[in-house]
Ligand binder design. Structure first.
Ligand SMILES: C[S@@+](CC[C@H](N)C(=O)[O-])C[C@H]1O[C@@H](n2cnc3c(N)ncnc32)[C@H](O)[C@@H]1O
Length: 389
């Protein structure tokens, strides 16, 4: 879709280019952010800044690549109405649960009604799960999983989110023996971790850990301004290029960290969570970001075309893009996308500015395996587009 050189509009400089000082450490954010998070989600502190800068109270914030809902949760906590689309069923479930949190009493009551001690199929245990869990713990996990999957209401979805947040990790608060908390390693890799650490899975009672984690996630409380709109949030499994459930000209801010070219495919690193939630990772064909820059730009143009339909006049679209360095070549994705917008979509969008922030916490990058072929720079750039009237 990139236009021939002769037809290219001469790029006008963005109105602003600002360096932001934002503390992106997860620890300084609302406690609900400390549940399971997808790799590459937008840092909550960045979402907080963007929502405050570009929206007013009760404004509608859309994330068409909602991931596990970090950006949307922050919008909701600030009293905005959150609308999200996500193609990955696991991300969509997690995001949905974060937008509709239950309270500790609801979780306690629901847990009291579950029988976690029923006998379970041991073949499955021996095939993949022995390196991670003790048998009694596994029995409780399987019973919890079956009970959660047979009920589709906000409390059980929230418990599922809490359970996925403690499914595996490195302390006794988790249900597994020592392993990585974000990445689900393969059973073979876990066997080798166990051998190195001379460890064996021990019994970890599920219910008390779920209650403790629920209390921790809800520690900061849900602000009343957020509570008021809880029923108005919408989270769907949908293609970002076809948001038929979003009204025309209704969105004040389209805010997202979209998929980017050269991004590591982390779906296999989430296998234990896909298993627990009974969801399947989208196939590679369902994902278009590929490794091809031209494909990515075309895809993002389609997303922006749909964005132009739903974003209100003078509303914004903001894209949080990493600095990408591949085989010693640097790609300024913000500039590449800005160029394409000016060449192809200038009827709808004006390139307003670039915001740059430094990722202080390397934590998220460090937890991505196979990242060797995808080294990121230290900064992210946010491309700000303004919807023309
Ligand atoms: C970087 S994550 C999203 C983070 C989220 N926007 C946030 O800021 O918290 C990108 C998401 O886009 C989703 N996605 C949807 N369509 C996609 C596509 N065609 N290719 C790749 N990822 C896609 C992925 O499932 C992934 O969850």
């Amino acid at each position: 879709m990139s236009s021939p050189a002769a037809l290219r509009i001469v790029r006008s400089a963005p109105a602003f280019r600002e360096q932001l000082e934002i503390d992106t450490d997860l620890k300084s954010t609302h406690s609900l952010h400390q549940g399971v998070v997808f790799p590459f989600d937008m840092p909550a502190a960045v979402a907080n800044y963007l929502v405050q800068r570009f929206t007013s109270r009760e404004g509608l914030v859309l994330d068409p690549f909602a991931g596990s809902g970090s950006a949307l949760l922050e919008a909701a906590l600030l009293g905005r109405i959150a609308v999200g689309a996500e193609t990955d069923p696991l991300g969509s479930r997690i995001a949905h649960a974060k937008l509709l949190p239950s309270d500790l009493t609801e979780v306690t009551l629901a847990l009291q009604l579950l029988n976690l001690r029923r006998p379970v199929d041991l073949k499955m245990f021996r095939d993949c799960f022995t390196p991670f869990f003790d048998l009694e713990t596994f029995r409780e996990i399987v019973n919890l999983r079956a009970a959660l999957q047979s009920r589709d209401d906000p409390v059980h979805r929230f418990i599922e989110f809490v359970a996925m947040s403690i499914l595996h990790g490195h302390t006794v608060s988790f249900l597994s023996t020592y392993t990585f908390p974000q990445v689900s390693v393969s059973p073979e890799e876990q066997v080798s971790i166990n051998r190195k650490r001379q460890q064996q899975p021990e019994y970890r009672a599920v219910a008390p850990r779920l209650l403790r984690k629920t209390a921790a996630l809800l520690r900061d409380g849900i602000p009343s301004v957020a509570r008021a709109h809880m029923k108005r949030h919408v989270m769907r499994r949908a293609d970002p290029r076809d948001l038929e459930f979003v009204e025309p000209s209704s969105v004040q801010l389209l805010m997202t960290a979209p998929p980017t070219p050269f991004q590591a495919d982390v779906r296999s690193d989430l296998w234990l969570r896909y298993w627990f939630s009974g969801t399947e990772a989208p196939t590679t064909e369902q994902f278009h970001q590929g490794s091809d820059l031209v494909d990515w730009v075309d895809y993002m143009n389609e997303v922006l075309l749909e964005g132009a339909r739903v974003v209100t006049a003078r509303g914004r679209a903001v894209f949080d893009l990493p600095e990408v360095r591949v085989r010693d070549r640097e790609y300024a994705l913000d500039e590449i996308l800005a160029d394409s917008v000016q060449a192809n979509l200038s009827r709808f969008w004006e390139v307003e500015g670039i915001l740059i922030y430094r990722k202080r916490s390397a934590k998220q990058r460090d937890c991505i395996r196979g990242g060797g072929q995808v080294p990121f720079g230290d900064s992210n750039r946010i491309l700000v587009l303004k919807r023309r009237a």
